[in-house]
Design a binder for this molecule. Structure first.
Ligand code: 13P
Length: 276
């Protein structure tokens, strides 16, 4: 049974002072979650702070990217091994904001993915189409192309690591990120099912286990409808992750959705026979 996963992507936000108060509030309010893993992905410079504040809590932390290089003369790059030293569980890879800045092709994203796995991190590999691509009927083709790096780009050894470290996939339609306009639950479910199908082509067992997150304007107002879809296993949250109450609320909704999905239903009974 897949546990839900809710990850805050803080992007380019934070300060030592604000982080401390946000993290302390999350530590205080995030409890009673049996079927939800929660994590925050912060800017690199705050990973040490996150480690200090979160190491004795159930909340995990991670980076927002890792370099495609392991070491060498690459000014300003941060390697997967380096972030692993700060106790990170996760790293995001291939976020569309990185792709849009033209810093990350599918090939580069797949190298980053590989280094993350070799450093023992759980990558959250992002895929998603732009509005033009969706309007042009190409959404599935684009996502398929991005997924090929994961499904077929990894050799057997790397795929075994992906399974061992429970690689996560995040479907983030670009048009829904930061716009307040989220994908409908049906649109998202359709793409999540397609992604799971693609994973199943490589490894049917892992396909049942891999967690596929939705990202793009997820909020307490829409989380219930999205998270109750069968193939949506959690959220990658931007804006709402910066407000402790909203992030906690989404985690609570995820817990309820998990319970509802997994509560055995009463078998339907035939209508009682009435005797005249
Ligand atoms: P928003 O939740 O702000 O739309 O951001 C989503 C996202 O990009 C998470 O990685």
């Amino acid at each position: 049974m897949r546990k839900k996963l809710v990850v805050g992507n803080w992007k380019l936000h934070g300060s030592l002072l604000n982080n401390q108060s946000l993290i302390n509030q999350l530590k205080q309010d995030l409890h009673g979650l049996n079927w939800v893993d929660a994590a925050v992905c912060l800017p690199y410079v705050y990973l040490f702070q996150a480690q200090q504040l979160l190491q004795d809590s159930p909340i995990a932390w991670g980076a927002q990217n890792v370099s495609q290089f392991t070491e060498g003369a690459y000014t300003s790059c941060i390697s997967a091994k380096m972030v692993a030293e700060f106790g990170c569980t996760y790293t995001i890879v291939g976020h569309s904001e990185r792709r849009a800045l033209k810093l990350e092709s599918n090939q580069i994203a797949s190298k980053r993915l590989l280094h993350a796995l070799h450093a023992g991190l759980t990558p959250i590999f992002c895929v998603g189409e732009t509005l033009d691509e969706r309007d042009g009927g190409m959404a599935e083709m684009i996502v398929k192309n991005q997924m090929l790096n994961v499904v077929y780009g990894l050799d057997d050894e790397a795929f075994a690591l992906a399974k061992k470290f429970n690689m996560v996939i995040a479907y983030e339609p670009v048009w829904a990120i930061g716009t307040g306009e989220h994908a409908t639950p049906e649109q998202a479910q359709r793409m999540h099912a397609f992604i799971r199908y693609m994973v199943s082509e490589r490894d049917p067992e892992f396909a049942q286990q891999v967690r596929i997150l939705y990202g793009g304007s997820m909020s307490p107002a829409n989380a219930q409808s999205l998270l109750s879809m069968p193939d949506i296993d959690g959220g990658l949250i931007g804006r709402a992750a910066l407000v402790a109450e909203d992030f906690v609320e989404i985690c609570r909704i995820a817990e309820q959705c998990h319970q509802q999905k997994n509560t055995p239903k009463e078998p339907s009974r035939p209508a009682p026979v009435t005797w005249a």
